[in-house]
Design a protein around this ligand. Structure first.
Ligand code: SF4
Length: 272
């Protein structure tokens, strides 16, 4: 079983990328479980045709964990992708990992942490006190950083590199950086910048995903691009991403950049 996690700044498009990746993987005939960990609970929404499924945190808060059952938290979405939302506290507060820990404990109790691939979609910035938890506990083994060429999202990606590096020094740790996904804002020089960022942190650019109206149109129809517009170029990009993720065998311990270096890099490529 492959356990991959997509990390990146809030609002960068992790959920869109994760949901399309899960959808594309499921069409390869794989059994997929996607777990969202974000108070916004919208990771799995497009796989569920627009519905927000109940979160583990809300249910545990309301009923206590003894009264929460598998059918309450695991929902079947597009092409059999199983969907779970950990949830969390009020946006901006951070739950120090309680949401995701409670989720892991329950799913383990139900024997539901199974499948060919588990895709974790984890908020990775300062609002979250517990974003490293899936890595620390050994659930997220192959980490993909989702970033655009914007400085703030590169900062967040660089910080996640620091966390992976720190955790990888533990003897039992299995988490490694598997690559960088550029979810572009379509700025000039962006692909080269993110590719160079990936190289400098000791990794590589796995897939460039340009900004494309196909995503918004599919989302208005409450579907992933893979489902709504499978013939589009954007759908093909997500399928390529899925194939690259499955074929990837290059997992590294990242070397985070100093802030000065990161800023100089952005200046060089974005021709500001
Ligand atoms: S661990 Fe972080 S991302 Fe997950 S629910 Fe808690 S605050 Fe949110």
């Amino acid at each position: 079983m492959k356990q991959i996690a997509l990390y990146g700044k809030g609002g960068i498009g992790k959920s869109t990328t994760s949901a399309n990746l899960s959808a594309a993987l499921s069409l390869q005939g794989l059994d997929i479980l996607q777990i969202g960990c974000d108070p916004k609970r919208d990771s799995t929404r497009m796989l569920m045709h627009g519905s927000f499924i109940p979160t583990v945190m809300d249910l545990v808060r309301e009923r206590g964990d003894a009264e929460v059952f598998k059918k309450d938290v695991v929902y079947t979405g597009f092409n059999g992708v199983r969907c779970v939302e950990a949830g969390g506290p009020e946006p901006g507060v951070g739950c120090a990992g309680r949401g995701i820990i409670a989720t892991f404990q329950l799913l383990e109790k139900f024997g539901a942490l199974t499948g060919d691939v588990i895709v974790y979609d984890v908020l990775g910035d300062v609002v979250c006190g517990g974003f490293a938890m899936p890595m620390r506990e050994g659930y997220a083994q192959e980490i993909y950083l989702v970033t655009s060429g914007e400085l703030m999202s590169l900062y967040a990606a660089n910080n996640i590199c620091k966390a992976i590096r720190r955790l990888s020094q533990r003897s039992k740790s299995t988490c490694r950086l598997a690559g960088v996904i550029c979810n572009a804002k379509n700025m000039p020089g962006e692909e080269d910048l993110v590719a160079e960022f990936a190289r400098r942190v000791n990794s590589s650019l796995v897939q460039y995903i340009p900004r494309d109206r196909a995503v918004q149109i599919a989302e208005i129809h409450k579907q992933t691009v893979i489902e709504y517009d499978p013939a589009s170029e954007q759908a093909q990009r997500y399928r390529t991403l899925a194939s690259r993720v499955m074929e990837n065998t290059t997992f590294t311990i990242p070397i985070p950049l100093e802030i000065d270096e990161l800023e100089a890099l952005a200046l060089e490529y974005l021709q500001i």
